[in-house]
Design a protein around this ligand. Structure first.
Ligand code: ATP
Ligand code: MG
Length: 391
């Protein structure tokens, strides 16, 4: 009898070549996630991957595998031969390992993938239920409707038993849905936006805008820290850092005060678009959420859309702040996001920012600026960092 880790994955709707591509990608990602461990066995059997290594490291390995997108469940399983005596022994061991000290209910779930195996599921289930009652009857009784302990037994080439399942994030493996350039600020929302698009299989790269010397180098370090946490999930990427300050000064000196914020955002988007096209990204990704701040009105978003050709994905658009914070906490970015550092958007904050900008007014203001050369200049001064989480 051996302890292994099993990983189940797959979107049920995926078929044919898509499915094969999905599986190959996910297997590569799982292997990468555990590359620092010595692996004794790694094989696929009927929609699940089985991994055998030193059991001492299973907890650590499971934590790493959990971060791979496309995974439903990860379990520690016991594997035995397809032999009734072995299966009974395995069942006893699974329950024994739980170290139960109070009364609980259980149910046996059989998945008989090998249809030639006898006894069939109902008899096998009854038989194993009997084994549990005989050995642990003081504490355990059957409840078929709402059991506290789920005892799963999968009959395949081998037989696998397990009682605990850890949930993965689901989604699709990174690289299966194109490339997105994330506009990452130091706030709560944008790292979450990168995470949720990554979960949908999008490869992520990052662009960040600062306003040095108005914003400090430490503020940029904070954004790099957020990028590193994000890279635990989406893998390594490059972060391009752009100084928006010269552009903001130019806007403030030539355009109406109330439009400073929206014009700054348009420049961010235009610069991001230019970089995205050059670096083969398919879309921009932002953490905007409808109505959250003055610049995130439907009119504001629409004006930006009219001036930008590349797709802008806003995965948080309909989410409440509390929902976004929940995800930020789960993925571990929240604590860093709330560290108090200055943000480039606050450099020239208008007293009454326009909330319903009109495209004619904005185009008129843009015509007062030498947009192309401002953008060119900003890009030529870019800094690029390679982000990789070394955990
Ligand atoms: P966040 O928590 O992500 O900062 P926010 O609620 O503060 O969001 P805004 O500051 O209006 O909202 O920004 C909306 C989106 O614009 C951000 O989610 C991000 O994608 C992008 N953005 C804002 N500021 C920057 C920046 N300095 N660098 C890169 N992208 C930015
Ligand atoms: Mg912000």
């Amino acid at each position: 009898m051996d302890y292994l880790i099993s990983v189940s994955f797959g979107e049920l709707t995926l078929k044919g070549d898509n499915r094969k591509d999905f599986e190959n990608r996910i297997i590569r990602k799982i292997k990468k996630a555990i590359e620092s461990f010595e692996i004794d066995e790694f094989y696929k059997e009927q929609g699940k991957v089985y991994i055998k290594a030193n059991r001492e490291f299973y907890k650590e390995m499971i934590e790493k595998i959990k971060k791979v997108f496309g995974i439903f469940y990860i379990c520690e399983v016991l594997r035995c031969k397809k032999d009734i005596c072995d299966i009974e022994q395995m069942t006893k061991k699974l329950i024994f390992d739980l170290d139960i000290k109070e009364k609980k209910t259980f149910k046996v779930f059989i998945n008989r993938v090998d249809k030639k195996f006898t006894p069939k599921s109902p008899e096998l289930s009854k038989m194993l239920g009997g084994v549990v009652l005989k050995n642990f009857g003081n504490f355990l009784k059957v409840d078929v409707h709402n059991p506290q302990i789920h005892l799963f037994v999968d009959v395949k080439e081998y037989v696998y038993g397990y009682v605990k399942r850890y949930k993965g994030f689901g989604g699709l493996p990174i690289g299966s849905s194109g490339r997105g350039l994330l506009l990452l600020s130091g706030g709560i929302d944008s790292p979450v936006a990168g995470f949720v698009m990554g979960k949908r299989g999008m490869e992520i790269g990052v662009i960040h805008f600062h306003s040095y010397p108005f914003t400090s180098e430490r503020a940029e370090e904070k954004v790099k820290d957020l990028a590193k946490i994000l890279s635990e999930y989406v893998g390594k990427f490059t972060m391009t850092s752009i100084n928006l300050f010269p552009i903001q000064k130019e806007i403030a000196s030539k355009c109406p005060e109330k439009e400073i914020t929206i014009l700054g955002r348009i420049f961010m988007m235009k610069i991001a678009e230019k970089l995205a096209v050059k670096q083969n990204y398919n879309a921009l990704v932002t953490g905007e959420s409808l109505g959250q701040v003055a610049s995130q009105t439907i009119q504001g978003l629409t004006v930006v859309d009219k001036l930008i050709d590349i797709s802008i994905l806003r995965p948080l658009i309909a989410m409440d702040k509390t929902e976004i914070i929940d995800i930020a906490r789960t993925i571990g970015t929240y604590e860093t996001s709330i560290l108090p550092f200055e943000d480039c958007c606050t450099v020239f904050l208008p007293k009454h920012p326009v909330t319903k900008p009109k495209i004619e007014d904005i185009t008129k203001s843009l015509s007062l600026l030498d947009v192309d050369s401002l953008i060119k200049e900003a890009i030529s001064n870019k800094k690029v960092y390679n982000i990789k989480n070394e955990q």
